[in-house]
Design a protein. Structure first.
Ligand code: FE2
Ligand code: FE2
Length: 272
């Protein structure tokens, strides 16, 4: 399959301002869910870049080398913009540095445990599957961001397009360097279990912490509200489950789900 070009779009989003409190349709739970995920990006995406670039010398295909460059640029800009995003929403309550420290602790633990570069790349592939899955959900359901403050809708769609564009880069590098046979498959699956617990666990934790700090704590929001958003409406976790499970197929590849039509549909909005 011919992948779309991986094209970094260097945009600065205007996200600050009191009028953007509860930017997601006035819904504090939905806002905190997305903000809680945003907290993970600056550290996460820096880790993804490092784990892919580590293997650049093993790549000879000029097309994949160009894709690695595109991936690196896109993730670098995402990381920068989500830092700005996180700073903007911190004004509504919550201590972003404290939440980020929990993810940094996971990264530090990998170093302490002397995790292999292959395992770190497998983790990156797993997280990239999460971001691609959520990105494709955002793009395939235009109503998902309906009612969102326009600049926040714009940053999330921008991020979604680029995650879909570069979704196979880490995986194609993995295919070149992975341990042979069953060992490689088991490492990939183990990394997905770890990534799932970190992504789901920490984004939920962050959402709860942000809700509490913003004055919306309590069971109704932090437990029922989050479960309702994840499982019922819009039901992101429920709807993406089949896509998630596809990762466990031995012959999985990110482009077995063709998302080029979704990228094409939105990308013109970001052309200079
Ligand atoms: Fe990204
Ligand atoms: Fe990514």
């Amino acid at each position: 399959m011919n992948h779309p070009e991986i094209k970094p779009r260097n945009i600065k989003f205007a996200l600050a301002g009191e009028d953007k409190r509860n930017w997601f349709g006035g819904n504090p739970v939905a806002t905190a869910m997305l903000d809680g995920a945003s907290v993970l990006f600056p550290i996460g995406e820096t880790f993804f870049i490092e784990s892919v670039v580590h293997f650049r010398d093993r790549v000879t295909d000029p097309k994949l080398l160009a894709e690695i460059r595109g991936f690196q640029q896109q993730e670098g800009i995402h990381s920068r913009e989500h830092r700005r995003y996180n700073k903007a929403v911190e004004a509504f309550g919550g201590n972003i540095a404290e939440l980020e420290a929990r993810l940094q602790a996971e990264v530090d633990k990998l170093e302490r445990d002397n995790a292999s570069p292959e395992y770190k790349l497998a983790l990156t592939c797993a997280f990239e599957h999460f971001t691609a899955m959520l990105a494709e959900h955002v793009l395939a359901h235009p109503d998902f961001l309906e009612g969102a403050e326009p600049e926040f809708a714009r940053i999330w769609r921008w991020h979604a397009i680029e995650e879909a564009e570069h979704k196979s880069v880490a995986y194609d590098v993995w295919n070149l360097v992975k341990p042979k046979g069953l060992k490689g498959y088991l490492m990939r699956v183990r990394a997905m279990f770890k990534a799932t617990s970190v992504f789901v666990g920490q984004s939920r934790y962050n959402a709860k912490a942000l809700l509490a700090a913003r004055g919306y704590g309590g069971f109704r929001n932090t437990v029922l509200g989050i479960a309702y958003f994840s499982l019922i409406r819009p039901g992101v976790l429920r709807k993406t489950l089949p896509h998630y499970l596809a990762y466990f197929k031995p012959g999985f590849h990110p482009w077995q789900t063709d998302s080029s039509h979704l990228i094409d549909k939105y990308k013109s909005a970001y052309e200079a």
